[in-house]
Design a protein around this ligand. Structure first.
Ligand SMILES: C[S@@+](CC[C@H](N)C(=O)[O-])C[C@H]1O[C@@H](n2cnc3c(N)ncnc32)[C@H](O)[C@@H]1O
Length: 733
C-alpha cells in the first residue's frame, strides 16, 4: 500500500473513530449499547464503526487493513521449518497436506506444552475459589477404578484426588443458583441433580421417578452462551468481520464468547456460576496432547493425526490472529487483554509479585481452555432456531438481566451454544443406553424455544440421564468414525463391539506398504520364499518409481483406505466404502501393473493396461463387489533381481488390511503396557525420544487420551476384522 493511501486510511479511520467515540461514549454501558443496537440505523453505525476502529487498531499494530485475512497456510508447520521448497506462499498453498506425517511431527516440535496449567486456570477463574470445582470427575468422592471397553479387556486403576467436603458444598451451591437462574428465565431443571456415575464421571441424574415422554428438563435458548446471546452480541459483527472468509471460523465463535465472559465479566457475568462449574481439564483431546509417545501412537491413526494437526493449526490461527483482536474490539476487551497479558493481574507490579517475576500471558491458556470447554459441550443450532429462541426480552422475577440476541452474524448458519445444566448430561447412543432425547420445544413464555431432554423410557430416581450427542445429525451425514469422537469430545463412546455403523478407521497406504503386502503374499503362498524383506525393498523402489511417474497423471503418491462396515446412504442408496475401495484398487493397479513390465517403460494409456476379463479393474466393480472374477489369476513377472508371481490388487488389499490389523494389535499392546505403571505424574519432556519414553512405562500419558486411543484401536481392529471376513467371503464365493 502506498504511503499516501495508508495516510489517508489513518486519517479516515481516526476521524471515524473520533466520531464514534464522541457519539457512542455516553452510551457505552451495555444496556444503552443494546438500545442503540436495536435501532436499524444505530446498529449499522455501530457495526460499521467497530469495523473501522478494528481496522484502525490493526493499522496501529502494523497490520495492513487491506492485507488478506490470515489463512491456515500461515500455520502450515512445514513453512516454519526445513523445506525451503514450501516456503513461498504459493508452494505452501499447494503443499498443504494434513495427512503428512511431517506435518504432525513438526506440530509436535513447535508445540508449547502444556497449553494451560491448573494454576493458570485458577488465576483466570479466581472468583470461583477452589481449583477442582469444575473437574469432569468426582463432584463427590468418586470410585478410584475406571472400567472401560470390555472389548479391550483392560481395567485401569486411577489415582484421583477426591474433592474436599468444602469443594462439594461450593459445587452444590453453584449448581443450585444456576438451576434457580434457569428457572427464573422460564426453564425447568427441577427434576435433575449433579451426580457421579459408577465410572467416576460427573453427569446429570434424575431427582425422582420420571415417566416415559415426560420433559425431564428445559433450558431456554436465551440463557445459552453463544455468539448470538452473549452481552456484546451487537458489536460482534464488527469485531469478527475478518472471520467471515476464514475456513471453519464459526467453529470458534463460542470459544470467543466464553473467553469474553471469563476475561471481561468474570464474577459479574450472568454465567458466573456456570463458568465455575465447567471442567478444568481436557487432557483427552488429541489437539491438546503434546508428548512424543502419544504422537507415535497417533502416527498409526492417520485420520486422527491429520484432524488433530489441522485443528491445532486452526486453534493457533484463531488464538493469535483473530480471536485476540476480536476480543480487544469488544466492549471492555482491550483492558481485559491487557490484564491477561500481565498474567491476570491489574497492574504489572501486582503481577510480578504474584507470579514471582511476571506472569505468563494468560490469553492463550484462556483461549485453549475455552476452545476445549466449548467444543466438548456446545450443541449446534441453526441460526433460525437461535433467532426464534432468543426473541423474548422479558425475564420473570427480576433475575440477572440478559442482553438478548441483537445481531445475528450474516455469515453464520449454525451457532455453537453452551446450555447450562443440559450440557452436564453425558452421552449414550440411542438404543444403546440413552434414556433421554434432545429436542427443541417452545419455552414457557411460548414466544421462544427451549432445549429440552425428554424421557425415552421410565427413569428411576438417581439414574444417570444420557442422550445421543450426534443422533439425528449422524443419520443425515452418514456414520461418524470413532476417531472423530476423540477429536471433538476427548473420549470414545463404548460401543461394546456391537455398533458396526460407528466403527471405522482410516489408514494410509504407501509404496512400502504395498511392497510389504506383496512380499507377504508371496512368502505365505509359496512358503519356499525366505527373502521377504529383500523382495519388499526391491519392489518398493520399483513401485515408488512407478507411482511417482503416475503422479504426473494425477495419481496420488499415497492413498488412504477407509474401512467401515457397508451402510446404505438413505438418499442415494450407495455404499461409499465400496466406491473408496474401488478407488484404492485402481491405485494399486497402477502401482502393481507397471512392475509387471520388465522393461519399465513409460505407462501406456489407461485402456491399454486394462486387463481383459478383470472385473476388479472394471469401473462397474462397485456393483459386483470386491473379489471380481480374476481372483487367483497371477501374472508371472521376471525381474533381474528376483522373480515372483504378481498377485492381484484385491489380494494385496487383503494383505494390507491384515497387516493393519496386526499393527493395531501391537498398538493396543503398547498402550496396555503403559497402563501398568501407577505413577501417572511423571512429567513429559518434549523432545525426549520415544524409546526413552516407553522405558518410562508410558506413565505420562493422560488418562483420557489413553482410554480414547485404546478404544479407537479396538474399534479399528473390529472394523478390520469385519472387513477381512467380508473380503474373505467374497474371495471364496
Ligand atoms: C457435554 S459434557 C457432559 C458433562 C461432563 N461430564 C461434565 O462433567 O460437565 C461432555 C464431556 O463429558 C464426558 N463424557 C460424556 N459422555 C461420556 C461417556 N459416555 N464416556 C466418557 N466420557 C463422557 C467427555 O469428557 C465429554 O467431553
Amino acid at each position: 500500500m502506498s504511503t499516501f493511501v495508508r495516510l489517508g486510511l489513518v486519517v479516515f479511520s481516526a476521524g471515524v473513530a473520533a466520531l464514534v467515540v464522541a457519539l457512542v461514549m455516553p452510551y457505552t454501558d451495555p444496556e444503552s449499547l443494546a438500545t442503540l443496537a436495536k435501532h436499524p440505523i444505530g446498529a449499522r453505525v455501530l457495526n460499521l464503526s467497530t469495523s473501522a476502529v478494528h481496522s484502525f487498531a490493526r493499522l496501529l499494530e502494523g497490520v495492513s487493513p487491506s492485507a488478506s485475512v490470515p489463512s491456515l497456510h500461515h500455520y502450515h508447520p512445514l513453512s516454519a521449518n526445513v523445506s525451503k521448497a514450501v516456503q513461498t506462499a504459493t508452494a505452501r498453498g499447494s503443499d498443504l497436506d494434513w495427512a503428512d506425517q511431517r506435518v504432525w511431527q513438526l506440530q509436535q516440535n513447535q508445540v508449547l506444552s502444556p497449553f494451560y496449567t491448573e494454576d493458570e486456570l485458577s488465576k483466570l477463574l479466581h472468583w470461583c475459589g477452589g481449583s477442582s470445582n469444575g473437574s469432569n470427575k468426582h463432584v463427590t468422592g468418586s470410585p478410584a477404578v475406571i472400567n472401560f471397553d470390555s472389548d479391550v479387556g483392560n481395567t485401569i486403576t486411577m489415582t484421583e484426588r477426591k474433592a474436599s467436603e468444602g469443594e462439594n458444598i461450593a459445587v452444590k451451591a453453584r449448581f443450585a443458583r444456576l438451576a434457580h437462574w434457569v428457572a427464573a428465565t422460564g426453564g425447568d431443571v427441577s427434576k435433575v441433580q449433579l451426580g457421579v456415575d459408577g465410572d467416576g464421571l460427573r453427569g446429570l441424574h434424575a431427582n425422582g421417578s420420571i415417566e416415559a415422554g415426560e420433559v425431564v428438563l428445559a433450558v431456554p435458548l436465551k440463557v445459552g452462551l453463544s455468539a448470538a446471546t452473549f452481552r456484546a452480541a451487537q458489536v460482534l459483527a464488527g469485531s469478527t468481520s475478518a472471520w467471515r472468509s476464514v475456513e471453519d471460523a464459526d467453529m470458534f465463535l463460542d470459544a470467543l464468547v466464553l473467553s469474553y465472559e471469563v476475561a471481561v465479566h468474570g464474577d459479574r457475568s450472568p454465567w458466573a456460576d456456570y463458568l465455575c462449574l465447567l471442567p478444568r481439564s481436557y487432557d483427552g483431546l488429541p489437539v491438546h496432547i503434546s508428548d512424543p509417545w502419544v504422537a507415535s501412537l497417533l502416527s498409526e491413526l492417520p485420520a486422527l493425526r491429520r484432524l488433530a494437526a489441522k485443528r491445532r493449526a486452526q486453534l493457533a490461527l484463531f488464538g493469535n490472529d483473530l480471536a485476540r483482536p476480536a476480543l480487544m474490539a469488544l466492549p471492555g476487551g482491550r483492558s481485559a487483554i491487557l490484564r491477561l497479558t500481565r498474567g491476570g493481574s491489574d497492574s504489572a507490579a501486582a503481577s510480578s509479585s504474584a507470579s514471582g517475576g511476571g506472569g505468563r500471558d494468560l490469553w492463550l491458556p484462556l483461549w485453549h481452555w475455552a476452545y476445549a470447554a466449548a467444543k466438548t459441550r456446545s450443541v449446534m443450532l441453526a441460526a433460525e432456531d437461535v433467532r426464534h429462541g432468543g426473541s423474548d426480552g422479558a425475564l420473570p422475577g427480576g433475575q440477572r438481566p440478559l442482553r438478548l440476541p441483537l445481531s445475528m452474524l450474516d455469515w453464520v448458519q449454525e451457532y455453537g451454544m453452551m446450555l447450562p445444566i443440559l450440557d452436564m448430561a453425558n452421552h449414550a447412543f440411542d438404543g444403546r443406553g440413552a434414556n433421554v432425547a434432545y429436542q427443541l420445544l417452545p419455552d414457557a413464555s411460548g414466544t421462544g424455544l427451549a432445549a429440552a431432554l425428554v424421557a425415552l423410557q421410565p427413569i428411576s430416581p438417581g439414574q444417570p440421564l444420557l442422550f445421543d450427542y450426534v443422533g439425528s445429525a449422524e443419520l443425515e451425514e452418514g456414520p461418524a468414525c470413532l476417531d472423530r469422537w476423540l477429536l471433538e469430545y476427548g473420549f470414545v463412546p463404548n460401543t461394546a463391539g456391537s455398533d458396526p455403523a460407528r466403527d471405522c478407521d482410516t489408514f494410509e497406504v504407501t509404496a512400502p506398504d504395498i511392497a510389504r503386502a506383496v512380499a507377504r503374499i508371496v512368502t505365505t503362498e509359496h512358503s519356499t520364499e525366505t527373502a521377504a524383506p529383500a523382495i519388499a525393498s526391491a519392489l518398493e523402489s520399483q513401485i515408488k518409481e512407478r507411482l511417482s511417474y503416475r503422479g504426473k497423471d494425477g495419481l496420488p503418491a499415497r492413498f488412504e483406505i477407509h474401512v467401515r462396515q457397508p451402510y446404505e446412504d438413505h438418499q442415494s442408496g450407495t455404499q461409499d466404502h465400496v466406491a473408496q475401495r474401488w478407488a484404492v484398487l485402481q491405485w494399486l493397479k497402477a502401482a502393481l501393473w507397471d512392475t509387471a513390465h520388465e522393461d519399465g517403460r513409460a505407462p501406456e494409456p489407461a485402456s491399454e493396461y486394462e486387463r481383459p476379463g478383470n472385473s476388479a479393474m472394471d469401473p462397474s466393480y462397485g456393483d459386483k463387489g470386491v473379489g471380481g472374477d480374476d481372483h487367483g489369476k497371477r501374472q508371472h513377472v521376471e525381474r533381474t533381481d528376483f522373480s515372483f508371481d504378481l498377485v492381484s490388487p484385491q489380494s494385496v488389499l487383503y494383505a494390507l488390511l491384515q497387516g493393519r490389523w496386526e499393527q493395531l494389535g501391537d498398538l493396543k499392546h503398547r498402550v496396555g503396557q503403559g497402563a501398568n505403571g501407577a505413577a501417572y505424574a511423571v512429567p513429559v519432556e518434549v523432545g525426549k525420544d520415544v524409546g526413552a519414553c516407553e522405558a518410562a512405562n508410558g506413565a505420562f500419558m493422560s488418562e483420557g487420551l489413553r482410554r480414547g486411543l485404546l478404544a479407537v484401536a479396538a474399534a479399528g481392529r473390529r472394523a478390520l476384522r469385519r472387513a477381512l471376513d467380508q473380503e474373505s467371503k467374497r474371495q471364496h464365493a
